[in-house]
Design a binder for this molecule. Structure first.
Ligand SMILES: Nc1ncnc2c1ncn2[C@@H]1O[C@H](COP(=O)(O)OP(=O)(O)O)[C@@H](O)[C@H]1O
Ligand SMILES: [Mg+2]
Length: 361
């Protein structure tokens, strides 16, 4: 086991009622004190995975280890984890103090200790002075803070959060993302966070697990996943990108020539034991591309024409067209003059070889 691994999923499978497996042979190591996010489209199995770590679902096969203890078939209350749900699940008939104190009361914690701990939590989630209010008197963001305080007051070793910000409007959501990340850093608790929002995952996480259809596509830091995606799914799910399909048509000693979408579009990539006919997906981020009248020495380039320019606030998005009709999206910061771009002229989209992301099919 790698050092500092705190939660471990070993070859975990899950199916419901003899149906096809929802989770397929999942192996995952979560480190102590990290902010780990399960990211993927709706239905890919994020909640099911989280519920198995929480103990609300038992794996069909495989093992779950928390803090060196096999908890695979243990009940939720026998694990040192707590869960925060998207719908808050506060007790409507209890005030905020009692909501947060609930777990401590169940454990028969002394009254004065409960009071201290609840007040410390209220302060931490910036709800000092709200203890006598009822949940119905709070905004969505405040209820979410209470839900987090209620989970954290029990001092869990792992906090599980299933799309906890999903019900908030965009502005509050962005604010809560930063608050939650800050809180996690202060407490040092291991957070396992679920979202389908790639921007949220990039903003908050130490590491992201990209899931698709019950399997893990890739695990890595936000930067690793964005800059060096290993699959086409990861390249397209995180951020915007341009995807081109290609095939090796010439082998050289240290590089190979890839033919992309059109006959004349040839690019060079390092030869990592590739063979003639090998198929590739090439991904290039819109912010890495420059439009030029003539490519410069060392550029990767493709011929194209202008389709349209779209202002999107901080950036201008320029859509170029390859001869085969394929669109190439280019992102440029505003403040530059693109008036010169003319629909009747020929241009080149260019980028540096380092920014060619090559994914073998
Ligand atoms: N209790 C259940 N019984 C049957 N199928 C389920 C159950 N829970 C989840 N599923 C199915 O498992 C798949 C993954 O669901 P879920 O883990 O909720 O995905 P996500 O959280 O990524 O949206 C979905 O197809 C869902 O319909
Ligand atoms: Mg879900």
């Amino acid at each position: 086991m790698t050092k500092n691994v705190f939660v471990q999923l070993l070859d975990v499978c899950k199916s419901f009622d003899d149906d096809e497996a929802i989770i397929k042979n999942l192996d995952l190591e979560i480190r102590q004190g990290e902010f780990l996010t399960l990211l993927g489209p709706s239905g890919c199995g994020k909640t099911t995975t989280l519920r198995m770590i929480a103990g609300f679902e038992i794996p069909t096969s495989g093992k779950i280890v928390i803090d060196e203890e096999d908890v695979t078939s243990k009940a939720p209350y026998q694990r040192c984890v707590n869960t925060v749900f998207q719908n808050y699940a506060l007790f409507p008939h209890m005030n905020i103090f009692d909501n947060i104190a609930f777990g401590l009361k169940m454990k028969k914690t002394p009254k004065s200790e409960i009071k201290d701990k609840v007040h410390k939590m209220l302060k931490m989630v910036q709800l000092d002075g709200y203890e006598n209010r009822m949940p119905s008197q709070l905004s969505g963001g405040q209820m979410q803070r209470v839900a987090i305080a209620r989970a954290m007051v029990n001092n869990p070793k792992v906090l599980l959060l299933d799309e906890p910000l999903g019900a908030l409007d965009l502005k509050l959501r962005k604010q809560m993302q930063l608050e939650l990340k800050h809180l996690q850093k202060i407490l040092g608790t291991t957070f396992i966070f679920v979202t389908h929002d790639q921007e949220e995952a990039l903003t908050m996480s130490d590491r992201i697990v990209v899931m698709n259809n019950g399997i893990i596509e890739q695990v890595g830091t936000p930067e690793e996943l964005y800059e060096r995606p290993k699959t086409k799914f990861v390249a397209t799910f995180l951020g915007e990108t341009n995807i081109l399909e290609g095939q090796v048509f010439k082998l050289k000693e240290s590089e190979v020539l890839l033919q992309l979408e059109q006959e004349e579009d040839i690019i060079r990539i390092p030869n990592l034991n590739y063979e003639l006919g090998d198929k590739f997906t090439v991904s290039v981020r819109p912010e890495r591309i420059k439009i030029k009248l003539n490519p410069e020495e060392g550029d990767v380039w493709l011929q194209c024409k202008l389709k349209e320019k779209i202002y999107i606030g901080s950036n201008i998005k320029i859509v170029m067209l390859l001869k085969n009709g394929k669109e190439i999206v280019v992102n440029e910061p505003i403040g530059q003059n693109f008036e010169f771009l003319d629909e009747n002229k020929n241009y080149f989209v260019t980028w540096k070889p380092d920014h060619t992301i090559v994914i073998k099919a």
